[in-house]
Design a protein around this ligand. Structure first.
Ligand code: SAM
Length: 199
């Protein structure tokens, strides 16, 4: 099962070979997608918390950051690293059924997480539901969809078939859910789809 797969990797996750300059590139992604004045932000599929410090370095960081993941060991690692950060809360849950009332967040992020989600359409609809009107949902990766899908196939095991749709395809899916597309772009170095929940 996928949750177990991530849990087993948790202690070593931060030392696995990753993208060069991950923190700096994550910061660039956040500067593009987090709306100024966002009070509460959900980091869905947060893992060990690669976005926490870059989020706190934004010129106007969110007052409340919720780190959500369904793998308890990934979340435990995240909590251990950021224990001194009072703005950060931790929630162990499936992002396809986020345990929050409607209109709870000004922004929700899926950074490196969407391909691993079983029913992507249902998960995206659920995340839009917990955004307030005018809130933003952003999907980000540090490579193109083609490169990521090839990487998952080469890793094999639980993630072998995990697929990120091309940015244009994901944007069309989000538009069909009623969101307004603000950005849909990908290159060998990055992938960003940003939408706004209609008022
Ligand atoms: C590739 S890791 C990325 C973690 C982190 N965002 C990063 O960029 O380092 C994907 C994360 O999504 C989590 N995840 C996958 N499917 C999930 C789901 N349905 N609900 C909640 N978390 C999920 C996994 O447990 C894992 O921690």
């Amino acid at each position: 099962m996928k949750r177990t797969w991530f849990d087993q990797l948790a202690p070593a996750w931060d030392s696995l070979p990753g993208q060069p300059d991950t923190a700096a590139r994550a910061q660039t992604f956040l500067q593009k997608v987090v709306p100024p004045g966002c009070f509460a932000l959900l980091d869905a599929g947060a893992g060990t918390g690669v976005l926490v410090e870059p989020l706190l370095r934004l010129p106007a960081p969110p007052a409340r950051i919720v780190e959500l993941d369904f793998a308890p060991a990934m979340l435990a690692e995240n909590r251990r690293k950021h224990a001194a950060r009072p703005q950060v809360r931790y929630v162990c849950a499936d992002l396809s059924a986020p345990p929050f009332p409607a209109a709870s967040f000004g922004c929700a992020l899926l950074f490196g997480a969407l391909p691993h989600v079983e029913n992507q359409r249902a998960a995206l609809a659920a995340l839009l539901e917990i955004l307030r009107p005018g809130g933003r949902l952003a999907v980000g990766h540090l490579m193109s969809s083609g490169a990521l899908n090839a990487l998952h196939a080469s890793i094999g095991g639980a993630v072998a078939a995990d697929r990120l749709p091309p940015a244009s395809e994901l944007a069309a899916l989000l538009a069909s859910l009623g969101a307004r597309v603000l950005l849909a772009e990908e290159s060998p170095q990055e992938y960003t789809v940003l939408v706004e929940k209609s008022a």
